[in-house]
Design a protein around this ligand. Structure first.
Ligand SMILES: [Zn+2]
Length: 252
């Protein structure tokens, strides 16, 4: 079992990181930790060194940070991404987050940086981890123009079914998070979409399946179990297919 998207590097785990990594090792075969800031990318690389052959890094910059950050920070992110690209299994997270965002210039900042990441994924021939929120259709239109990117994942997908089907038509992947445990909309998506283009994740520390308990990679088991229940198939079948998908995409 694999958690295909989490943020174990976040400061909220400073007190119990070792413990949650132990939980993860007990249940999972690998986790993919996605850098979302300049410091996050650095910490992610450090963790990958510490937990070699278990924690695999992707390097990116969250779109919500893109609309707030100085050009100098973004320049440094891109510089470090390029020099560490050989250590990463993918590029991201990157994308568009228009949730509660009306400011056109902030949107344009996100669009511009996303375009840069699309070009990097194309140049380096790396899988791309996309965060798209209230901008799924826009993100899809942009990524489609870069047809040589080897693999594309819409992580923690929460858009509508019509766009999800367009994503499937392109041969891209959708990653479902632990939000599926308590969201009817996500359960409907899991029901309609094929396992062959699905991944499972937690997006830890967010979206805990358990009330009052912080999310952690080991809880990806709840995503797998919920998908199994919805599709009326054994959990081990969901696990087998989604783990194989993740391994093929990220190449580990
Ligand atoms: Zn994330």
């Amino acid at each position: 079992m694999i958690d295909s998207h989490c943020h174990v590097d976040f400061k909220v785990y400073n007190k119990n990181r070792q413990e949650i990594m132990e939980h993860a090792r007990e249940k999972l075969t690998a986790i993919v930790n996605s850098g979302a800031t300049l410091g996050g990318n650095r910490r992610t690389l450090k963790l990958a060194e510490e937990y070699g052959k278990f924690l695999y890094p992707t390097l990116g910059f969250h779109p919500s940070n893109a609309s707030k950050s100085d050009a100098s920070v973004i320049k440094q992110v891109l510089k470090e991404l390029k020099s560490n690209i050989h250590l990463a299994v993918g590029i991201g997270e990157t994308g568009l987050d228009f949730n509660q965002l009306d400011d056109e210039s902030a949107k344009n900042k996100q669009i511009k940086l996303f375009e840069t990441f699309l070009e990097l994924a194309e140049d380096y021939q790396m899988p791309l981890v996309i965060h798209a929120r209230d901008a799924e259709e826009e993100a899809l239109e942009m990524v489609k123009k870069h047809s040589t990117i080897p693999e594309v994942i819409f992580h923690c997908y929460g858009g509508d079914l019509v766009t999800a089907q367009k994503i499937m038509d392109e041969g891209y992947f959708i990653s479902l998070s632990t939000i599926i445990c308590f969201s009817d909309h996500h359960q409907k998506l899991a029901c309609e979409l094929p396992l062959s283009q699905m991944l499972t994740e937690t997006d830890s520390p967010y979206l805990s399946p358990f009330k009052g308990q912080r999310n952690e990679p080991a809880f990806v088991e709840e995503t797998v179990k919920t998908i199994a229940k919805i599709k009326s198939i054994p959990a081990r079948e969901v696990d087998k297919v989604t783990e194989a998908n993740a391994r093929r995409i990220f190449g580990f």
